[in-house]
Ligand binder design. Structure first.
Ligand SMILES: C[S@@+](CC[C@H](N)C(=O)[O-])C[C@H]1O[C@@H](n2cnc3c(N)ncnc32)[C@H](O)[C@@H]1O
Length: 253
């Protein structure tokens, strides 16, 4: 699948704007939950509520950059709560032309103070200040994961849907991702699909029901079996539905 620069701006349920990708025929966010609301409630707030508070630096993998909401919502969350950790966000994105166009995107007022940051990112894919470093890696996220030496504390797993963007939801993808995680890393995603959860579990991760929020539920995953959340028993799911299986790279051929 090629990158998807062609997009149409769409208003979402919380009044903030997302886009609809012509290539993927899908919106970058849930139009029902709202773009900003989804970033905060499905990704940023659950991740920060579960991560070890004593960590002084968080290395965050944002899969993938898209319109940059998850990255900007992280800055908004951290700065509005005076969190003084170093935040290093690394975000693969193969649609470079999309990122280059973001200086003109109609972001919500919560992001107004970050417009110079998005301006810099759309210019050169990079931003750094005292406690913040943001790197957009232009290219395929799978290739990035093959070669990176980063160890991630948080992963926002926010590709398009498994149906439209399957290569970022396979068992092989999650196995590679799992090899780059801190032992107590937190993965957030909007997907609650059984093949996604099975791919995570077959990659050695534990899966949990997210803390309850006003948005559609998804999944929290971690190499740790000790998160304070209801764990999801995928072995029992398999007993009840013996044909259930992860999505494999071979299925995409
Ligand atoms: C649902 S959007 C991400 C939304 C984004 N997290 C945000 O908050 O605005 C998915 C993004 O993944 C990108 N993408 C899809 N497959 C990719 C791949 N294999 N490598 C890199 N980027 C990919 C698409 O171009 C798109 O920008």
């Amino acid at each position: 699948m090629k990158p998807a620069t062609d997009y149409k701006i769409v208003k979402t349920g919380d009044g903030t704007f997302t886009a609809r990708s012509a290539q993927f025929d899908e919106c970058y966010h849930s139009t029902k939950d709202g773009a900003l609301n989804e970033s905060l409630k499905k990704h940023v707030e659950p991740a920060f509520s579960l991560i070890d508070p004593s960590k002084k630096e968080l290395v965050i993998l944002d899969i993938c950059f898209g319109l940059g909401y998850n990255t900007l919502a992280t800055l908004h969350y951290v700065q509005s709560r005076n969190i003084s950790k170093k935040i290093h966000i690394v975000s693969p994105e193969f649609d470079e032309a999309l990122v280059r166009s973001l200086h003109a995107f109609p972001y919500p007022e919560e992001f107004e103070k970050y417009l110079p940051i998005i301006g810099k990112i759309s210019e050169c894919g990079y931003y750094e200040e005292e406690n913040i470093e943001i790197e957009v890696i232009f290219g395929d996220a799978r290739d990035f994961l093959e070669t990176t030496t980063f160890v991630f504390d948080i992963v926002y797993q926010d590709a398009f849907s498994p149906k439209k963007n399957p290569s970022l939801w396979t068992k092989e993808y999650f196995s590679n991702l799992a090899s780059h995680l801190a032992p107590d890393a937190i993965i957030t995603t909007y997907s609650s699909a059984t093949p996604v959860r099975m791919g995570m579990v077959e990659s050695g991760l534990y899966v949990y029901t997210p803390p309850s929020t006003k948005v559609r539920s998804g999944t929290i995953a971690s190499p740790s079996s000790k998160l304070p959340l209801p764990s999801i028993d995928m072995a029992l799911k398999k007993v009840r539905n013996p044909s259930a299986k992860p999505l494999y790279d071979d299925d995409l051929k």
